[in-house]
Design a protein around this ligand. Structure first.
Ligand SMILES: [Zn+2]
Length: 420
């Protein structure tokens, strides 16, 4: 049941590091072999391989029985990161009788959605012996309390103003005799390391409430990180579900750092995918360039569904509905990489899967969001279509999507892999 599986995937992936670890586990269970970027690759037709970079990005490939220089790569991309609150390096605060944790917004956080939620902490700890460990406290540790309406009488009529530095530090404890130290908490949680052994970390807050089905007919998914773990899940599931008859080399790439512009060693603006494709194409530059010229990328990231209470925020002719299928995202100014040719390519896969699609363009008087599609296309010169399932409340810590759209996107992606 792909929807229940998506809920599990989201619950198991509170951070990009966890999302990559869960994907790696599923790939290994399906016979994929882990490659090391620092070692020589020994790969051949029919092989199933994957690699990770920077902890939060992953690429996986099922090599075709025809060399990429003759058949190209069929690729699906998505991103593993979501806007959230990241723990500062010196996080301990003692103020007004409370112990607090300093946090910094990561990406375009819809800040008010983080108020009054049960928050935990997850991420990775980097140890003195050179290893790293994933950590997930899995219990309510933090809360960003809202201000009582009696102390902010105009909040409903004039709007809630949140200063990220002043208003978003969660409370963690009452100020006691022993000052709280995050490093010691982390060591206690890991169990077998001392606080001194923890050199550094990448930690973030997350909302503890598990992903759930909702609505009178259970037609909705309420969950954190639907943007964009839902697309990571669809890409991974379709790669694993597609038939073993493989002519073209199939691949998925799940990038970290999309929400902050993709400019990092493992983000979509890096050489991560190019380096993989070069190494899989063969030794001559000619082979790589021929492979790229025959390749195609579906860039999957969530799309804005029409909101019944704010319907005028959508372009009147382009109002994607929840449950009505994958959305092709088009922006003539190239905030999306779609053009007529790549749009048609996606429609062919959708028709083969018997799935109807929707289209999105932003209102002409609003700025358009962007995603990994145009960045990857500009890096590699691969024809690309930007698509995504529709959702509400994008970048909230609790988003909304439709149950019906989950299998549709997986079906289209699977057809894309099987009959490009
Ligand atoms: Zn996204």
């Amino acid at each position: 049941m792909p929807v229940q599986d998506l809920l599990h995937y989201i619950n198991a992936g509170p951070t990009p590091f966890h999302a990559v670890a869960v994907a790696a586990g599923r790939l290994e269970a399906a016979g994929y072999r882990r490659l090391d970027e620092a070692k020589a690759w020994d790969v051949g037709p029919g092989d199933k391989v994957y690699l990770a970079r920077g902890g939060g990005s992953l690429a996986a490939f099922h090599l075709g029985n025809t060399p990429p220089s003759d058949a190209g790569f069929q690729l699906i991309g998505a991103h593993t990161d979501s806007p959230n609150l990241r723990i500062k390096p010196n996080p301990e605060l003692r103020r007004s009788g409370y112990e607090q944790i300093g946090v910094e917004p990561y990406g375009g956080v819809l800040l008010h959605t983080w108020l009054d939620r049960d928050l935990s902490i997850a991420g990775r700890a980097l140890l003195a012996d050179g290893t790293e460990r994933l950590v997930d406290f899995g219990r309510a540790l933090l809360r960003v309390p809202s201000l009582a309406i009696h102390l902010n009488r105009k909040v409903n009529t004039e709007g809630l103003v949140l200063n990220a530095q002043k208003h978003m530090a969660p409370i963690a404890a009452l100020d006691g005799l022993d000052p709280m130290e995050l490093r010691a908490l982390l060591a206690a949680e890991l169990g077998d390391v001392g606080a001194k052994d923890i050199l550094a970390w990448d930690l973030m807050a997350y909302d503890l409430q598990p992903a759930a089905l909702s609505g009178i007919n259970r037609e909705f998914i309420h969950a954190a990180r639907l943007d964009n773990l839902a697309s990571c899940h669809a890409a991974l599931t379709s790669l694993l579900a597609a038939s073993n008859e493989v002519r073209e080399t199939r691949g998925i790439v799940l990038y970290d750092h999309e929400e902050v512009g993709s400019r990092s060693a493992q983000g979509a603006a890096s050489d991560f995918l190019r380096s993989c494709l070069q190494r899989l194409s063969g030794s001559s530059p000619e082979d790589y360039h021929r492979a790229v010229a025959q390749s195609f990328l579906i860039s999957a990231d969530m799309a804005h569904a029409i909101h019944p209470n704010y319907a005028d925020m959508h372009e009147p002719q382009h109002q994607p509905r929840l449950g009505a299928g994958p959305v092709v995202k088009i922006n003539v100014n190239q905030s999306y990489a779609t053009d007529g040719e790549s749009w048609a390519r996606f429609e062919r896969a959708a028709a083969a899967a018997d799935v109807t699609t929707q289209r999105f363009v932003i209102r002409s008087d609003l700025g358009c969001g962007s995603t990994i599609g145009p960045i990857t296309a500009a890096q590699l010169g691969i024809r690309t279509v930007d698509v995504g399932n529709p959702m509400l409340s994008m970048h909230s810590c609790r988003e909304v999507a439709a149950v019906a759209d989950v299998p549709k996107m997986i079906d289209v992606m699977t057809r894309f892999f099987e009959a490009p």
